[in-house]
Ligand binder design. Structure first.
Ligand SMILES: C[S@@+](CC[C@H](N)C(=O)[O-])C[C@H]1O[C@@H](n2cnc3c(N)ncnc32)[C@H](O)[C@@H]1O
Length: 300
């Protein structure tokens, strides 16, 4: 598995390696250049089938008899109902323009009892939701050092800050602002919007984590800009007052969701027992008995 990006290896190790995928039908949404597919084929040689979808379509080498990739939009898939036992996705949900459509499609193509396992970041409401962080900047892009810069400023005011506060050229600053605010590359969903879409989907939640940033480290970066005279502390205070704690701090999401029902894929089911389920905006405690019957007990 040498040569694969570390974050893809980590996603597989943390979220997929423990699943028994023998004979299972797996779909990856936003499969990009296919690194996760190659890792899964190597780590799970007895997997039934792996399908990847990506939009726009990408030219990729052959993956052999068990895997294929097609150009398909996550919100409008060509697969038949109940086609997959596991759907996985990495670093993609923050790009999908219509998450309600995508979750509807995921629910449709999953077999009853099937799992969705996804991790995505940076989300728009997070400190690096602009995607111009130190790691994510493209070749020739200067990273933006100020956390939440895209939310403290707007399309009109960000370029001026980037020029005076971060040393961007005018041209680069305008280009960054166009991409941050004007492109279809990012969907700009906040953590609360992700939670709402998932709550309104027909999938039940085994696990939904909004991972929080190191606020102290962020304050240090913000303080440096204030001390340097390029950032008005009033702007920062107004921004902090406009956010609740989760919206401010969450920058990465991990989800393990399940299509209700009990299908043939009992091998990938987690242990029966308690789980948090969110349905119709209300939190419920889920219990799952040995016959796979899911009961919901309202807890508030
Ligand atoms: C940041 S890349 C992640 C790729 C890969 N999963 C990884 O972690 O390296 C996001 C991928 O999602 C794809 N994508 C964006 N919108 C999509 C859509 N509506 N349907 C399917 N794929 C989409 C992009 O083309 C891109 O390959």
């Amino acid at each position: 598995m040498d040569g694969n990006p570390q974050y893809v290896l980590d996603f597989h190790r943390e979220h997929l390696a423990g699943l028994d995928l023998a004979g299972q039908r797996v779909l990856e949404i936003g499969s990009g250049y296919g690194e996760l597919i190659r890792i899964m084929l190597e780590a799970h040689p007895d997997v039934g089938r792996i399908a990847g979808i990506n939009w726009p379509p990408l030219e990729l080498p052959d993956f052999g008899p068990k895997a294929d990739v097609s150009g398909m939009d996550a919100g409008d898939m060509d697969f038949a109902d109940d086609s997959f036992d596991v759907v996985c996705s990495l670093a993609t949900f923050e790009h999908l323009p219509d998450l309600t459509a995508a979750f509807g499609e995921i629910n449709r193509v999953l077999a009853p009892g099937g799992l969705l396992i996804a991790k995505w970041s940076p989300i728009w409401s997070g400190f690096d939701g602009h995607h111009f962080g130190p790691i994510l900047s493209g070749p020739g892009d200067a990273p933006i050092a100020l956390p939440w810069a895209h939310l403290m400023f707007d399309r009109e005011s960000l370029p001026g800050y980037l020029v005076h506060g971060e040393g961007f050229t005018h041209e680069r600053a305008e280009d960054a602002a166009d991409r941050i605010y004007g492109s279809t590359w990012l969907n700009r969903y906040t953590v609360h919007e992700y939670r709402a879409v998932i709550a309104q989907s027909d999938l039940v939640v085994d696990r939904l984590d909004a991972v929080r940033c190191d606020f102290g480290g962020m304050l240090t970066s913000i303080g440096a800009k204030i001390a340097g005279g390029v950032l008005n502390p009033e702007r920062v205070a107004r921004f902090f007052r406009s956010r609740d704690e989760e919206e401010l701090l969450a920058y990465k999401m991990n989800a393990r969701l399940r299509k209700p029902g009990h299908g043939s894929n009992s091998d990938v089911q987690s242990s029966p027992g308690e789980g948090r389920a969110v349905k119709n905006g209300r939190y419920r405690t889920r219990t799952c008995d040995l016959a796979g019957v899911i009961r919901f007990k309202s807890t508030r």
